[in-house]
Design a binder for this molecule. Structure first.
Ligand code: GBH
Length: 473
């Protein structure tokens, strides 16, 4: 196969998440999630922006599905708002909440687009946070119950299931650095949250299996970091290994190997004794093997040791003594990778995606992989004719898809790619200022306009071949 041709069955998708696009936050009995509460708390998001309206996808889903169909995309990854389905986070489902997702899925299927459902993309029902949130075991049990409710409703027509999106962010940004909801800053709570998210995945996978056809595929999406040492100095190599444990091992240890890495336990032992991890939990997680692994990739991390803990301002915005998302790693420095960056300030390094895919090809042989998110924010603006030209995004997508193609050649079983994101949307703590969409959204009118990158990506999806970056689109 030539170096730009993709397999015929490859999924060319786009991804979104409920709180970032739906709006309609009070409709049909939906109650606040931790992101409603957080975004309405002064000082937590840029400009105090919230997802109250977002891009109003709840009311415009038909138009959005038609857009995908026009672009020739054959897959779509979206998430379900837990508190739209179970307003108290427990008990029977609200049928009108589920009906929205039934209609969305039917619309997708009618247009030949495969749905991939993410059950949890960071929007915990506030009631469950009030009861302790992810640091508490009970939240994992509640998640399994919610999974079976959604699995029962959609399992007959959705084949691709993702339990959790980026549990690292839920645990360490939500409970460690506090830059995400619920905004807690407690390193022990963040580690407890990570474990209960793993347990939640294991319980939910088992619950889904019990209510769905066996052909359905159950996965998890990790924002597995590509951690690179600043130098080959043993201290820098050790720092990189420690961050790798905290970014990756903490999830793929239990998920792929049935235990937490001993190096992670040793490194965090000054702050926690891990007594909340029961042997039975690890057995539950292991007893529900993944059918596929979703990987979200944007940028690599470059780290070094900080001799004497004299840490200046770090590239990730965290000073050494401030709240860090990396528990017990105050003596590690994060560096800005040289070279071009996106509007997020994230350096552009497509080889990181290749490295990531090859890593899991080695570490989990035979496990199908999906790139469940990849994309870039740019400062897009319509021109005088109302067209949006984003050649930087085309270059970003081309570079990363070429690395996916290279990984395929080298034996990685990559089944699909979901561009983040279909639409410009609510970029969490950054509000609406960062545009990741292939489709431009005018926030005054909510009008959608495909950017040139959308047309470029459409051509790739339609032909299964990467067009040159300079292709006329
Ligand atoms: C994804 O998160 C989300 O799934 C998606 O909802 C979001 O819109 C999209 O990407 C774009 O942001 O500096 O130490 O805090 C990606 C989240 C952001 C996680 C960068 C790791 C760096 C770690 N990633 N972050 S730190």
């Amino acid at each position: 196969m030539s170096d730009s041709v993709f397999p015929p069955a490859f999924l060319w998708g786009s991804a979104t998440s409920a709180y970032q696009i739906e709006g309609a936050v009070r409709e049909g009995g939906r109650t606040p999630s931790i992101w409603d509460t957080f975004s309405h708390t002064p000082g937590k998001t840029a400009g105090g922006e919230t997802g109250d309206i977002a891009v109003d996808h709840f009311h415009r889903y038909r138009e959005d599905v038609a857009l995908m169909a026009d672009l020739g995309l054959n897959a779509y990854r979206f998430s379900v708002s837990w508190s739209r389905v179970q307003p108290t986070g427990r008990g029977p489902a609200v049928q009108v909440g589920l009906d929205f997702y039934r209609r969305l899925v039917d619309e997708l299927l009618a247009k030949g687009i495969r749905p991939a459902v993410t059950l949890y993309h960071w929007d915990l029902p506030q009631e469950l946070e009030d009861a302790g949130g992810w640091p508490e075991r009970d939240t994992a049990l509640r998640f399994a119950e919610y999974a079976s409710v959604v699995g029962e409703a959609l399992g007959d027509r959705v084949e691709h299931w993702i339990t959790l999106n980026e549990p690292w962010c839920s645990a360490f940004l939500g409970y460690g650095s506090g830059v995400h909801a619920p905004g807690r800053t407690d390193p022990v709570a963040s580690l407890r949250a990570a474990h209960h998210l793993n347990l939640a995945h294991g319980l939910a996978a088992t619950a889904l299996r019990a209510v769905m056809p066996a052909r359905n595929e159950i996965a998890i999406s990790l924002n597995s970091s590509v951690v690179r040492p600043l130098s080959q100095d043993p201290a820098d190599l050790a720092a990189a290994r420690r961050i790798d444990d905290l970014a990756n091992g903490v999830f793929h240890g239990p998920l792929l190997h049935g235990s937490y890495p001993s190096s992670l336990i040793d490194a965090t032992s000054p702050i926690t004794d891990w007594s909340y991890v029961r042997d039975a939990d690890l057995r539950i997680i292991k007893a529900a093997p993944l059918d596929a692994l979703g990987l979200n990739y944007y940028t690599p991390a470059l780290v070094s040791a900080a001799p004497d803990r004299v840490a200046g301002p770090r590239a990730d915005g965290h000073g050494a003594s401030e709240h860090s998302p990396w528990p017990g790693a105050d003596d590690v420095l994060f560096h800005q990778t040289p070279g071009e960056r996106t509007e997020m300030g994230w350096s552009i390094d497509p080889t990181g995606l290749y490295d990531l895919l090859m890593r899991y090809t080695r570490e989990a042989p035979g496990l199908p992989l999906y790139v469940t998110e990849n994309g870039a924010a740019y400062d897009d603006k319509p021109d005088a004719e109302g067209r949006v030209h984003d050649p930087e995004r085309i270059a970003y997508l081309h570079g990363h898809l070429a690395e996916v193609r290279r990984a395929l050649t080298d034996g990685a079983d990559v089944r699909g790619y979901y561009l983040w994101s279909l639409l410009d949307n609510f970029e969490w703590a950054y509000g609406y200022g960062k545009r990741f969409g292939a489709v431009y959204v005018d926030y005054a009118t909510l009008e959608r306009t495909p950017k040139s990158s959308a047309r470029w990506y459409a051509r790739a999806a339609r032909t299964g071949v990467l067009p040159p970056v300079t292709a006329e689109v």
